[in-house]
Design a protein around this ligand. Structure first.
Ligand code: SF4
Length: 351
């Protein structure tokens, strides 16, 4: 199996008891079958504590939260399963978080979720352009029914999407505008792979990019985040903080935070772009990524920092299957169409 990971992946260290927002709370901590068997075999006081903490929700074994946190955590916020039995004793959910993996046949892609404050810090304080590396192991690939030609096109197109977003010779608002135009053209021609391949080559060309930017310049002004605010308010909320800070969500100038917002865009594209291999919706992935970046940027002021805004957004939106579906579906609606999203990317400079 081939695994693609971001270049800072192995720098991650869990903050454990020093974490300002432990992952051992607020959401369901699922206990898989193998872990359940291990947990039930533990003897003594700890075994009893673990068994008392376990419950069944929506047909799944999980830890019953107390005051929004896993009841096993000690007064220092440390997990006794890790300290007394070892990390490998944990359930898959606890053991792998904040790593999440998407599998596409013989390729798996693993990211560090920015719902974890340390993973968010690593991503958003990184100055160099985000790159990805490949690791190989002897695990056999899972069978898949992906269209190999379309998947190759999506990989090629994502490579170009990354290059557009990471072209620091342009303002970020231009890069996001190009990304949206590229995704829309791909979406409109997805049935014709040779046209999409030609589009990939065109969008690699700087003169072509300049033409696109000149053509759309007049469309890029005057948008508002009101519709986005309504969308997020209609979602399920994990925290009381999210709906509160949404009240102050405004369209914001991206120029002060171009590098962290670039990293954030690449993060969302890495996580979502290839999902088009399963649903043929490239536009949905790009539009949701740009809307997410604009929202995190707009939440910086009410939340207090960009890293904290990103962490909160990820926890509330990325980690709720229901909210993610709402976000992706909304990006197909007229209110988040290409012209509407372009309006949010105001342009002040010469092109
Ligand atoms: S949120 Fe991240 S840093 Fe905090 S306890 Fe969980 S994995 Fe560790």
């Amino acid at each position: 199996m081939i695994t693609r990971i971001p270049d800072y992946f192995h720098d991650f260290r869990c903050l454990a008891g020093a974490c300002p927002d432990t992952c051992c709370g607020q959401w369901e901590i699922v206990v898989d079958e193998a872990a359940k068997a291990r947990y039930l075999s533990v003897e003594g006081e700890l075994g009893e504590k673990i068994r008392n903490a376990m419950t069944v929700m929506d047909g799944e074994d999980c830890m019953a939260l107390e005051d929004g946190k896993c009841p096993l955590l000690d007064e220092n916020g440390l997990c006794p399963i890790v300290s007394q039995l070892g990390e490998e004793f944990l359930s898959t959910t606890c053991h792998t978080h904040p790593r999440f993996t998407e599998i596409y046949g013989g390729l798996q892609e693993t990211m560090l979720s920015i719902s974890c404050p340390e993973a968010a810090r690593l991503l958003l304080t990184k100055q160099e352009k985000l790159t990805f590396s490949i690791e190989m192991d002897s695990i056999l690939p899972e069978p898949d029914d992906l269209d190999a030609d379309e998947f190759d096109l999506l990989l090629d197109a994502r490579h170009i999407a990354f290059a557009l977003v990471q072209d620091r010779s342009r303002p970020l608002s231009d890069r996001l505008a190009l990304l949206l135009c590229f995704a829309k053209r791909l979406q409109d021609n997805l049935e014709e792979l040779h046209i999409c391949q030609a589009l990939c080559r065109r969008y690699e060309n700087r003169a072509y990019q300049d033409n696109v930017l000149r053509r759309i310049r007049r469309k890029r002004h005057g948008g508002s985040m009101t519709r986005a605010r309504q969308l997020y308010l209609s979602m399920e909320h994990l925290s009381e903080q999210f709906p509160k800070v949404l009240q102050d969500l405004e369209r914001t100038d991206l120029t002060g935070d171009e590098i962290p917002l670039e990293q954030l865009t690449v993060y969302f594209l890495f996580r979502w772009w290839l999902k088009a291999a399963c649903n043929d919706r490239i536009w949905q992935q790009a539009a949701a990524a740009v809307l997410s970046v604009l929202t995190v940027a707009g939440l910086k002021k009410p939340v207090g920092s960009l890293t904290e805004a990103a962490r909160l957004y990820s926890k509330e939106v990325e980690h709720s299957e229901e909210n993610l579906v709402l976000l992706k579906q909304a990006s197909e609606l007229p209110m988040f169409s290409l012209p509407e999203l372009l309006k949010l990317l105001e342009v002040h400079h010469a092109i």
